[in-house]
Ligand binder design. Structure first.
Ligand code: GLA
Length: 734
C-alpha cells in the first residue's frame, strides 16, 4: 500500500508521459554511495532524494567525483505498449547518458552496462557520450506488465561533471527498423570505394532493400547506384561496396526499406574528393627559395622536389662549407659567417630537369623563416607514441612523397620521458624510445629533422617529467641528441605559476625566457615552439623571447566546432604579430587518421571541412604539422597536403599572415599579400547551408583569378558558384 501511494505521488510529481509505444520519465530517487543490494526491487528508497536524470548531479548540488551513486525509478509499464508494435518481442530501455559509466538493473536483474567501472577487469573506461539502449525480452526479460517495476541505475563518475544527463529514461517497443544503423567507410586509395554496413542492434527480424546512389555535386547528375536485398540479424552486420570516381565531388545516399512495414532508415555521406592535379613526372621544386640558419649551426635541408625517382641533384656555385647529396638533394655542412649565399640547384630525372635559385640566409635570427612543415605524434598516437611509430611515420613521409613537398620535422610530443631523471639530473627516456641520439641520426641521414616536447613545469600534461630546475641540462641533452625543434608546453607550470604573487605578463614570460637562453646557447638551430594556449596574449611578446611560434589557443580536435572556433574566431586580428621566424600557431592538423590513442580513425571533419582547414591554415601562415599516422594516409589526405600551389601560400617568403577582410552573413573572406605581388584569398561558407556566391563580388574580374586547389585559372562564367556548407574557394589573384 505504502509503495502504491508512493508510486502515485511520483507519477503526479514527475509526469510520466505515455504515448502509443513509449513511457518516459525524467525524475528518480537518488542516493550517494555504492551498495549492490540497492539493485533489489524491495530496497526501501523512501528516504532517497529526488533528482532530475536529464541534468548532471553537479548541477543539482551533488559534487560526487571519482565515486558512485545510485538512481532508482519506480515505473508502471503498461501492456498497451505492445499494441500496435509491428513485432512484440522486445522492449528497449533507453537510459539517459551517464557521466561516466553505468549499470542498469530491472527488478534486480542486470539488463545493460556501458563503459567500465574501476573495479572491472578492463579497468575504468568512461563512456559519457554513448547513448544507452538496453533491449529486454518482452516475455522473459523480467518486466512486470501493468505493475510496479524498479529500474536501478548504478553510476560511477571518473571526472567532473557527473551523473545521468541529457535525455529522460524512456521505455519503448521498437519497430523492426529501429535497431538498424548504417555505417560508411570511405576508402580513398587505389580504386576509391565506399563500404556501407547495415547492422541490427535488436533481435528483431527485418528484410528489405538497400538502395545506394551517388550524385555528382557539381552537376547534380547521378553517377552511380546499386540496390541489394538484405536481412541484417543482430550481431551479424551485412555490407555492400560501391566504387566512385575520386576526382568528382560526390554525395552518397543510402536508404534501407523494411519490406513488411515500409519503415526506412537513410544516411548521406559527402565522399572524399581530390582537387589537386597529379604532379608531373619531371622534377618540380615545391619549396620556398630560401632557408635560414644561424652561423656555425649544422645545415640540414632536404630540397623538396617531386617527380620520378631516381633523381640527380647538382648545384652551381655551391658555397664552401656546404655539400649537396647527389641522390636525395640533402644540403648539409655549416657556414660560420652571417650573410646571404645564393646558388642554383638542379634536379634531373629520366623525364627532364628543373632548377631553383636558392638563398641560404645565415644570421642570428634566421630560424623558421617560413612556417615549419612536418609531423607531430600527438593527434594520432598521443601518449602511446613510440620510436617505432615515429620511424614508421618518417619512412612513410619519404615513401609517400610528403618530404618532396617540404614536410621535414618529425616531432615527438608528450610521452617519451622516463619516470625519473638519471642520478646526475639529466633527463632519461622511457622504454618506448631506446635511443634518442640514434633516432636523431637516423632522421638526419634522411634529411629530416627531429622534434621533441617538454614543459617548463614539474610535469607535462600527460604526467611525464617536465624541465623545471633542469632547463640547461635538458637543452644540452637535446643538443646531444640532435634535436631541431622543441615544443615547450606550459601545463604543469601552472603549479609553479600559482605560487607567483604577481601574475602579470612577466610571470608568463619568465619560464619561456629561461629556456630560450639555454636553447640559443646550443650550437644547433632548435625551432622554439611555445605552447601555452594563448595566455597573457602570447602573440604580443612571443617574438621577444625569440620564439619561432606560439600556440594561440587550447587544443584542437576533429570537429567543425573546434576548427571553426580556433581557426576563424580566434585568429582574426592576429596577423600583425606574425613575421618570418615568428608565427602564430593555431595548433596541429586534424586530417587523416587521428585518434589521440593507439586506436586511430578517419578524421571526423567532412571532406569540405578538411579543404577549409588546409586552406585557412595555409593562409594563416600556420605551422603545418600533420597529426595523423602517415603510414595509413590515403590519397585524399595526400591530395590535401601535397598541393604545391596551396603550400606555396603557407611558405610565401613575405611571411604576411592572412586576416579576415569581410564577414557578411555566413561568408567570410580572408586574404594575405604575397611576395610576387599577388594576393591569396579564401572565401569560406561557415554556415550550415550551401551558398551561392559570385566571386566577382570579392575580386575584380580584370585580374587573373586562379583556383589554387584545382590549379587552373577561372573563366568569367565560373565565377558564379556554390560553396558547400563549411567549404571554401581558395584563390590567388594577380
Ligand atoms: C597539451 C598540448 C597538446 C599536447 C598535450 C600533450 O594539451 O596543448 O598539444 O602536447 O598537451 O600532453
Amino acid at each position: 500500500m505504502m509503495k502504491r501511494n508512493f508510486l502515485l505521488v511520483l507519477v503526479t510529481l514527475v509526469g510520466i508521459c505515455a504515448e502509443a509505444q513509449n513511457v518516459s520519465i525524467s525524475k528518480a530517487r537518488f542516493q550517494k554511495g555504492d551498495d549492490l543490494s540497492w539493485a533489489k526491487p524491495e530496497t526501501n528508497d523512501a528516504s532517497w532524494k529526488e533528482i532530475d536524470m536529464t541534468k548532471n548531479w553537479d548541477d543539482q548540488g551533488y559534487a560526487i567525483n571519482k565515486a558512485y551513486a545510485w538512481y532508482r525509478v519506480h515505473l508502471t509499464i503498461p501492456s498497451s505498449l505492445l499494441k500496435g508494435a509491428d513485432q512484440q518481442k522486445i522492449v528497449v530501455f533507453n537510459l539517459p547518458k551517464a557521466d561516466d559509466t553505468d549499470e542498469c538493473y530491472l527488478n534486480g536483474k542486470l539488463i545493460g552496462k556501458t563503459g567500465s567501472m574501476p573495479g572491472d577487469k578492463a579497468g575504468y573506461r568512461s563512456a559519457w557520450s554513448t547513448p544507452r539502449n538496453y533491449p529486454v525480452d518482452a516475455k522473459t526479460g523480467g518486466i512486470r506488465w501493468d505493475a510496479d517495476n524498479v529500474i536501478a541505475i548504478r553510476v560511477y563518475n571518473g571526472g567532473e561533471p557527473g551523473g545521468l544527463f541529457d535525455n529522460p529514461l524512456t521505455v519503448r517497443v521498437p519497430n523492426a527498423a529501429e535497431g538498424l544503423s548504417l555505417r560508411f567507410t570511405d576508402v580513398n586509395e587505389g580504386q576509391a570505394h565506399c563500404d556501407i554496413e547495415l547492422s541490427n542492434a535488436y533481435p528483431l527480424t527485418t528484410s528489405g532493400t538497400l538502395a545506394v546512389s551517388i550524385t555528382d555535386r557539381d552537376t547534380g547528375k547521378k553517377v552511380g547506384s546499386l540496390t541489394k536485398k538484405l536481412s541484417p540479424k543482430q550481431g551479424k552486420p551485412v555490407s555492400v561496396s560501391i566504387p566512385y570516381d575520386k576526382k568528382k565531388v560526390c554525395l552518397l545516399e543510402a536508404t534501407y526499406t523494411d519490406s513488411k512495414s515500409g519503415v526506412t532508415i537513410s544516411k548521406r555521406l559527402p565522399l572524399k574528393y581530390i582537387l589537386t592535379p597529379p604532379a608531373p613526372a619531371t622534377p618540380r621544386f615545391n619549396g620556398a627559395p630560401l632557408f635560414g640558419v644561424r652561423p656555425g649551426s649544422p645545415v640540414i635541408y632536404r630540397f623538396p622536389v617531386s617527380g620520378e625517382r631516381p633523381m640527380k641533384f647538382t648545384a652551381a656555385n655551391l658555397p664552401a662549407g656546404l655539400k649537396l647529396s647527389e641522390s636525395d638533394g640533402v644540403l648539409s655542412g655549416k657556414i660560420d659567417k652571417a650573410g646571404d649565399l645564393t646558388f642554383t640547384v638542379t634536379a634531373e630525372n629520366a623525364k627532364g630537369k628543373a632548377s631553383q635559385e636558392f638563398t641560404l640566409k645565415v644570421g642570428d635570427r634566421m630560424i623558421g623563416l617560413t612556417p615549419p612543415m612536418g609531423w607531430n605524434s600527438w593527434n594520432c598516437w598521443a601518449l602511446s607514441v613510440s620510436q617505432e611509430k615515429v620511424m614508421s611515420s618518417a619512412q612513410a613521409l619519404l615513401d609517400k612523397g610528403l618530404a618532396d613537398y617540404g614536410y621535414c620535422y618529425m616531432n615527438i610530443d608528450d610521452g617519451w620521458e622516463a619516470e625519473q631523471r638519471n642520478p646526475d639530473g639529466t633527463i632519461a627516456v622511457n622504454e618506448k624510445f631506446p635511443s634518442m641520439k640514434a633516432l636523431g641520426d637516423w632522421l638526419h641521414e634522411r634529411g629530416l629533422k627531429f622534434g621533441i616536447y617538454s614543459s617548463p613545469g614539474d610535469y607535462t600534461c600527460g604526467g611525464y617529467l617536465g624541465s623545471i630546475d633542469h632547463e640547461l641540462q635538458d637543452a644540452e641533452s637535446y643538443n646531444s641528441w640532435g634535436v631541431d625543434y622543441l615544443k615547450y608546453d606550459w601545463c604543469g607550470y601552472g603549479r609553479a605559476h600559482a605560487k607567483e604573487r604577481d601574475k602579470g605578463v612577466a610571470s608568463y614570460v619568465r619560464p619561456y625566457l629561461l629556456m630560450q637562453k639555454y636553447l640559443r646557447e646550443q650550437p644547433r638551430d632548435i625551432f622554439y615552439s611555445l605552447c601555452q594556449y594563448g595566455m597573457a596574449k602570447v602573440w604580443e611578446w612571443g617574438r621577444f623571447v625569440d620564439a619561432n611560434s606560439w600556440r594561440t589557443t587550447g587544443d584542437i580536435y576533429d570537429a567543425w566546432v573546434s576548427m571553426y572556433d580556433i581557426g576563424f574566431k580566434r585568429q582574426a586580428g592576429l596577423a600583425p604579430y606574425a613575421a618570418p621566424g615568428h608565427w602564430n600557431d593555431p595548433d596541429m592538423l586534424i586530417v587523416g587518421k587521428v585518434g589521440w590513442s593507439s586506436n586511430l580513425r578517419d578524421s571526423r571533419l567532412t571532406p569540405d571541412e578538411q579543404y577549409t582547414h588546409i586552406t585557412l591554415w595555409t593562409l594563416l601562415a600556420s605551422n603545418m604539422l600533420i597529426g595523423c599516422d602517415i603510414a595509413q594516409m590515403d590519397d585524399f589526405t595526400i591530395g590535401l597536403l601535397c598541393n604545391n600551389e596551396v603550400n606555396a601560400i603557407n611558405q610565401d617568403i613575405l611571411g604576411k599572415q592572412a586576416d579576415r577582410v569581410s564577414k557578411v552573413g555566413d561568408i567570410e573572406v580572408w586574404s594575405r599579400p604575397l611576395a610576387d605581388g599577388g594576393t591569396a584569398i579564401g572565401i569560406f561558407n561557415v554556415g550550415d547551408e550551401d551558398k551561392q556566391v559570385n566571386i566577382a563580388d570579392y575580386v575584380s574580374k580584370n585580374f587573373t583569378i586562379r583556383d589554387l586547389w584545382r590549379q587552373k585559372n577561372l573563366s568569367a562564367d565560373e565565377l558564379n558558384c556554390t560553396i558547400p556548407t563549411h567549404g571554401c574557394k581558395y584563390l590567388k589573384v594577380k
